[in-house]
Design a protein around this ligand. Structure first.
Ligand code: G3P
Length: 217
């Protein structure tokens, strides 16, 4: 299972990279705005900064909602750095743009997926990744993890290569449940990733080992 961090915060990206388990980064316009990164020039520069910190794929989202606009923007984003994956919304022109990029060998991440039907379309259009937002489904009393299971089943039925990138991950149990279901990738906040480290028995055990060592020294 690949681990992506879902943030535009460079310090958090550096911290996850330093842990040695990071496979990539996802961002979106809201995450950019949260870090105060606004204006096209600054946003493009920020993508390059992120690529220079991590080794894996970095999703950069188009703002256009029409086919021509998405193609123009996506090609410019892809030209920024070889690690860039063009992130496209799951709308009609987004599906067309996904197919276009897939035929050109440009990596894509189809975002804002909330149904198995949308996931099927993304795979048919040749998406590299597709992002079901599990936390936002949970927010409206709909089982986000069930969507991941449905997509896994459909993709396995037909051997689709599109990677299931579980997004809108909010906590460690989302990560563990996605791993059990077989999501290819999860993207979540640093807090959820670091949450996997924690167990009180580890802390108690380590404290005892150190105390016992110190008795003899
Ligand atoms: O990866 C998608 C993500 O950024 C959305 O997360 O927590 O805003 O639903 P959230």
């Amino acid at each position: 299972m690949k681990f992506f961090i879902d943030t535009a915060n460079l310090d958090q990206i550096r911290e996850a990279q330093a842990l040695g388990i990071l496979d990539g980064v996802t961002t979106n316009p809201s995450l950019m705005a949260k870090e105060g990164i606004t204006g096209q020039e600054n946003i493009l520069k920020h993508y390059v900064d992120i690529c220079n910190i991590v080794e894996g794929d970095v999703s950069a989202e188009v703002i256009s909602t029409d086919f021509e606009g998405m193609i123009k923007e996506g090609e410019a984003l892809a030209a920024l750095h070889p690690q860039i994956v063009v992130k496209i919304p799951m709308i009609k022109d987004g599906v067309k743009a996904c197919k276009y990029f897939s035929e050109k060998g440009i990596k894509t991440n189809v975002t804002l997926i909330f149904s198995a039907g949308q996931a099927l379309l993304a795979a048919k259009a040749g998406a590299t990744y597709m992002s079901p937002f599990i936390g936002r489904l949970d927010d409206i009393s709909t089982d986000g993890l069930n969507l991941i299971s449905e997509i896994r089943l459909i993709y396995d039925n037909y051997g689709f290569d599109t990677q299931i990138l579980a997004a809108s991950v909010r906590h460690t149990m989302h990560i563990m449940d996605c791993a059990k279901i077989g999501a290819d990738v999860m993207t979540g906040p640093l807090s959820a990733i670091e949450g996997l480290l924690k167990h009180p028995l580890t802390d108690i055990g380590l404290a005892k080992f150190l105390a016992d060592y110190n008795k003899g020294n």
